[in-house]
Design a protein around this ligand. Structure first.
Ligand SMILES: Cc1ncc(COP(=O)(O)O)c(C=O)c1O
Length: 547
């Protein structure tokens, strides 16, 4: 074990000290070979610490190769300081590898297996705990009032999430002062980044005029018109406060219009948290499950077969034309068209849930894939980071909400069309000209290509997909999201926090307009480093190496 006191002995350009530290990092069997002042021994000791692909490149006595490998092991900030053949820089980096936090991390194999998180690799946990004492204190305080320490299932991540303090542009800062480049953007909704000046100005102006009225405003009319200009299938629309309400009301519209009860949705879909779309989870009566059918994604014949016995009951098929939470999954050619044909044949409505996919083009995924739904739900970016969503589509369907009619479907909501959120949405959409979407898509493609290159060259078991500015990193070739078990930390998430990046713990993210090519390249490099450390941490030899 390396004590802090030993760090001082790792003097600049002192080969014996470098060798001494390396001896402590490697397996007992290798220690004897790490002789002072012996580059081949240093190279030999480094080889088992890195990926097979890199091992061959570490030639004995080659300072440049040793430096290159050390660079790949450390954070961006440290990389620039490691010059080839510079003993001082190598020593400095080795010191950073044996910080006290790392020492406890590798103290003993028993600690790993008997820890609080028995299943999780501990590669990043101790560093995270060391860097976030205020978040930890806030989390412990929060658990006294909020179950699980927060008020939203999706923002919990073990052992506790960083608590946000403030954000501007791409970055947000947590209560401990750690700064993250934010590639989640409140789950894809902050397409212009944090506190965009145009949005702040629009919100400030509206707040001074009043925050809400028991009367409609011109702002909601303008936002409705802007959305209709972008999405021809939306002839009429209504606003809600959340995406959950938007899908709930779109479904109610389909049922009221068709007079039928059954809704079909796809495997791995996410449409919010109301009863119908959460059927099968605790608190939702079993009877609700009888009103929804799960369809397999992709194969039109299997989809038709799943519905065959209940065709006459179908009110609507609801589908994310690009799945978000399900893994940023684009539709295969012909898939959305086949749903259009099926709905037309069965007399049910086709609902596109574009709450996430609306960020891929000015008119959303329906513009990109050229399929016109009967109803669409929108949320997230249409309110520029404020709580507002929408549902709309065919005028004859939406007419059921017309309060001038007898037996109109009721659609209340104290904050529907809230003028502050509507002003933020209008300001946001006005920034989103067609060239902005092209720029975002180019950044998405750049991220994918760069990370895929790292994955291939390092032989990592991972995959990245992107659809425009949306992306998802998967574990393994087959593509499993980095979904930790309940109460388990996501290594990818923690590793990226330490690198200064914020993504969804499951590996999903969205590129905002404030990100540059350099930011995207840095993200790809950081993900690769984290994946590399994760695969190192999973290697059985590591415990022995560093114990
Ligand atoms: C496709 C989709 N539909 C519906 C929702 C629910 O939206 P909200 O969280 O605003 O209720 C989400 C949220 O992530 C979503 O991604």
């Amino acid at each position: 074990m390396v004590l802090p006191a030993d760090q001082a002995t790792t003097e600049a350009d002192d080969r014996s000290a470098i060798a001494a530290v390396l001896r402590l990092l490697v397996r007992p069997a290798d220690r004897a070979t790490t002789e002072a002042d012996d580059r081949s021994a240093i190279a030999a000791a480094l080889r088992p610490l890195v990926q097979p692909a890199d091992q061959a490149t570490i030639e004995a006595d080659d300072g440049a190769a040793i430096a290159a490998v050390l660079r790949s092991l450390v954070r961006p900030a440290d990389q620039a300081t490691i010059e080839a053949d510079d003993g001082a820089a190598i020593a400095a980096v080795l010191r950073s590898l044996v910080r006290p936090a790392d020492q406890t991390r590798y103290r003993s194999p028993q600690r790993r297996s008997s820890s609080f998180f028995p299943e999780a690799s501990m590669a990043f946990l101790d560093d995270y705990l060391a860097r976030t004492p205020r978040s930890r204190a806030l989390f412990e305080r929060a658990t006294g009032s909020l179950p699980g320490g927060s008020t939203r299932t999706t923002v919990y991540s073990a052992p506790y999430p960083p608590y946000a303090a403030n954000g501007t542009g791409l970055a947000f800062t947590d209560v401990d002062g750690n700064v993250y480049r934010d590639f989640l953007g409140n789950y894809t909704s902050l397409i212009l980044g944090h506190a965009h000046p145009a949005v702040v100005a629009a919100v400030e102006a509206q707040v001074r005029r009043g925050s809400a009225f028991g009367a409609p405003t011109a702002t909601e009319v303008e936002l409705a018109e802007e959305i209709r200009r972008r999405v021809p299938s939306i002839e009429h629309l209504r606003f809600t406060s959340s995406g959950t309400e938007a899908t709930m009301f779109a479904i109610r519209a389909a049922r009221a219009f068709t007079g039928r009860p059954l809704i079909a949705r796809f495997d791995h879909s996410y449409h919010g948290t109301h009863d119908l779309v959460m059927a099968g989870t605790p608190g939702v009566p079993d009877a609700i499950g009888g009103l929804i059918v799960d369809l397999p994604w992709g194969d039109p014949d299997e989809i038709a077969a799943s519905l065959s016995r209940r065709e006459g009951e179908l009110a609507a098929i609801i589908v994310e034309p690009v799945q978000g939470a399900g893994g940023v999954r684009a539709p295969e050619p012909g898939f959305l068209e086949s749903l259009r044909t099926l709905c037309d044949r069965l007399g049910g409505l086709l609902i596109f849930d574009e709450i996430i996919s609306f960020r891929i083009a000015p008119g959303g995924a329906q513009e990109v894939f050229g399929v016109r739904p009967d109803l669409t739900t929108l949320g997230k970016i249409i309110a520029g980071g404020y709580p507002l969503a929408a549902f709309g589509g065919r005028a004859d369907v939406m007419a059921i909400f017309d309060a001038r009619r007898d037996r109109a479907v009721s659609h209340g909501g104290t904050f529907n069309g809230n003028p502050v959120a509507a002003a933020a949405g209008l300001a946001t959409l006005r920034e989103l000209t067609p060239d902005v979407y092209e720029g975002l898509a180019a950044l998405g493609a750049r991220l994918s290509a760069r990370l895929a290159g790292h994955i291939a060259s390092a032989g990592l078991e991972a995959r990245i997909v992107n659809v425009g500015s949306l992306f998802q990193v998967f574990r393994g070739e087959a593509g499993t999201a980095f979904a930790p078990g309940a109460g388990q930390p996501s290594e990818l998430f923690l590793g990226l926090l330490l690198e200064g990046f914020y993504l969804a713990p499951r590996g999903m993210g969205a590129i905002p307009t404030v990100a540059t090519e350099q930011d995207v390249d840095d993200l790809a490099d950081a993900i690769a480093r984290v994946l590399r450390t994760m695969s190192l941490a999973e290697a059985p030899t590591l415990v022995a190496q560093r114990s």
